[in-house]
Design a protein around this ligand. Structure first.
Ligand code: ZN
Length: 248
């Protein structure tokens, strides 16, 4: 008996299929194993002559979260997720087709060694995850001091997802984190500083010659003072600017 399994011309289509499979079958899948095309080039260069690089994978195995070896949670490598592990054999295996244009399902084991519980499924973290739009709405409500239980009920009604109070708490604290000050690297700081220096240049270039000279002297003092702290860096950037200014 030959079964014809679906094939996918992009990772996006595959992802869609996997998500549909999860909701229709009330299972949560994870990528248990994968080999990239890049890695397999050395092993089978002939087969990979005409492949589509966007497919990225040479082979992938999706398995039921209750199956296989221990895995790390996506959000935190440290969280213990062993409670979901139960050696379930369910798996979907994909491989690149012969001319490398599609990823196709080559094998499917669809039986589980445990009952499929819709309620349990809905309670798994991945299924509780809210869409960005719902998150934004929830954060807004929480900031307006709406009662958490009301926000929870509202979101459950709206999305059909099993939103927990702890999810709302996490949302709140992650939105606070993202409002913290951005840390800039040296290149970004340089750009901000350059913007300000250009403003100074455009202001003082309109001054009379006397005022211009006295402001230039003030700037020299600032440069002297600050360059004592980080001499090398400033010299480096000044050289670049001098080169730029030589361009007519
Ligand atoms: Zn299973």
């Amino acid at each position: 008996m030959s079964v014809s399994y679906p094939e996918f011309s992009s990772l996006e289509l595959l992802d869609q299929y996997i998500r549909n499979y999860e909701t229709e079958n009330c299972v949560q899948l994870w990528k248990r194993d994968s080999r990239t095309i890049e890695k397999m080039k050395a092993v089978c260069p002939l087969k990979l002559k005409t492949y589509n690089p966007e497919l990225k994978y040479y082979s992938i195995i999706y398995a039921c979260k209750k199956g296989g070896r221990l895995f790390k949670s996506e959000s935190s490598g440290l969280r213990k997720t062993s409670s979901y592990k139960d050696n379930c054999p369910m798996a979907i295996k994909l491989a690149l087709n012969s001319n490398g244009t599609k990823l196709k399902i080559v094998h499917m084991t669809e039986n589980h060694n445990h009952p499929l519980d819709r309620q349990l499924f809905k309670n798994m973290p991945k299924q509780r995850k809210l869409e960005m739009e719902d998150k934004v709405e929830a954060i807004k409500m929480l900031k307006e001091n709406c009662n958490q239980k009301l926000v929870q009920a509202y979101l459950q009604e709206k999305t059909g997802k099993s939103v927990k109070l702890k999810d709302l708490k996490n949302l709140r604290s992650s939105s606070k984190r993202s409002h913290k000050k951005r840390i800039l690297n040296a290149e970004q700081k340089y750009k901000v500083a350059l913007f300000k220096c250009k403003k100074i240049a455009s202001i003082i270039s309109n001054f009379s010659m006397n005022d211009f000279e006295s402001h230039c002297n003030q700037l020299d003092d600032i440069i002297d003072l600050w360059s004592q702290q980080t001499e090398e860096v400033i010299v480096e950037h000044l050289e670049i600017d001098q080169e730029e200014s030589m361009i007519p």
